[in-house]
Design a protein around this ligand. Structure first.
Ligand code: NAD
Length: 353
């Protein structure tokens, strides 16, 4: 049997137990799960039993002593920095959930520990693994859309008051719909366009829910990219799940791509493109969509989270850099913080990594 990377998990609550561990068990050919840890020992014990994982514990110290070479960190973001540093110091490669950290100062501390200890790092922007998002990137890169004019990414759902939920406590989450869901959208647009966000502005409000601390349940953000394109990222905790379209749009001078439901935890969705094969002159009648065929794409999805651990396992085995780097993580933190600043100060802010 080919060599496999031995993994430990730090934080086995929501995303780890619902998506990452089950998908990992089902599809990871380059890794195996050896131990899980959660600050709540019952959570760790339950996950270990459910997924037949040999070891569980309630302290990082114990987890890091196991014969593992990589850890998946899926805890609330206010502890990512300290946990990444401890894992790096123990010589473990690290796959950390998004957002990487809360501040750029934390990112610097994490980078230093990772570089000093020579371990690999990958950030959990798993939505890049959606087969439709990959196709959108391929189409944009082929140039058939012409000059890229605008990209939009939406991720939305219903998230009411839940007593004790860390996402609703700004001292832990550092924000609401943007930091939770918008981080994926911002990254996807940059990755698909191969361009960086340079300027940001927008509106955020706590419109609907009675959260105990002021995190936004509505976030509507405008962006400028390094390729000159504009962007919109919109995220709401106060729209019904049933109406969430989770739209991806890319518009260029020669055509558009429209995805529906391709942004989210599921590996599926729908997508079509409308592309003009040749330049069309000015038409004063403004007739739309004449003789421009719509191409629909139908693909089989593969678990986004399982793929993430499998990809990182291969990077470790083959001693390659991960596809989602420290630089991506640092930039994402810089963009998110620039957006919160822009909203607070009611102005357009330049992103400084
Ligand atoms: N990539 C994605 O699509 C995606 C989706 C959901 C969540 N996330 C990210 O994953 C992280 C966890 O989110 P969640 O929804 O799973 O949260 P959660 O609250 O459901 O689970 C977190 C778990 O971490 C445990 N925990 C808390 N502090 C800990 C500590 N210091 N040490 C060890 N365990 C600790 C909790 O007991 C809990 O079981 C967040 O950063 C979130 O943004 C990413």
């Amino acid at each position: 049997m080919a060599e496999k990377i031995k993994w430990g998990v730090i934080g086995c609550g929501g995303i780890a137990a619902r998506r990452t561990i089950p998908e990992f068990k089902k599809m990871c050919t380059h890794g195996e799960l050896v131990a899980v840890m959660d600050i709540n020992p019952e959570t760790a014990a339950k996950v270990a039993a459910q997924f037949e994982i040999p070891h569980y514990c309630a302290t990082e110290q114990e987890l890091l002593q196991h014969d593992i070479s990589a850890v998946y960190i899926a805890t609330p973001q206010n502890v990512h920095c300290a946990q990444v540093v401890r894992a790096a110091e123990a010589g473990k490669h690290i796959l950390c959930e998004k957002p990487m950290a809360i501040t750029l100062v934390e990112v610097k501390i994490m980078e230093k520990a990772i570089r000093k200890n020579g371990v690999k790092f990958m950030l959990g922007f798993c939505m890049r693994n959606n087969v439709y998002n990959k196709k959108a990137r391929e189409i944009v890169h082929s140039g058939v859309l012409g000059q890229i004019i605008m990209g939009r990414a939406e991720l939305t759902g219903w998230y009411p008051l839940i007593v004790g939920a860390w996402r609703q406590d700004i001292s832990i989450s550092h924000g609401g719909a943007l930091i939770d869901m918008g981080t994926h959208c911002l990254d996807l647009l940059e990755w698909i366009m191969n361009a960086k966000i340079t300027e940001v502005g927008g509106f955020q409000d706590l419109m609907t829910h009675k959260y105990p601390t002021p995190i936004e349940d509505a976030s509507t953000i405008v962006l400028r990219f390094s390729n000159g394109a504009h962007g919109i990222v919109d995220n709401y905790f106060n729209l019904p799940d049933a109406t969430a379209q989770n739209i991806l749009e890319l518009h260029g001078t020669r055509g558009s791509i429209i995805g529906q439901g391709t942004i989210g935890q599921d590996s599926t969705g729908k997508m079509f493109s409308i592309i003009q094969k040749k330049e069309v002159g000015y038409d004063a009648n403004q007739i739309r969509n004449i003789e421009v065929p719509k191409e629909e794409y139908v693909f089989e999805g593969i678990g986004l989270y399982g793929q993430m651990l499998d990809i990182f396992s291969s990077c470790i085995l083959e001693d390659k850099e991960s596809p989602i780097t420290l630089e991506d993580g640092r930039h994402s933190v810089a963009v998110v913080n620039a957006i919160y600043k822009a909203v607070k100060e009611k102005k357009i802010v330049k992103v400084k990594d």
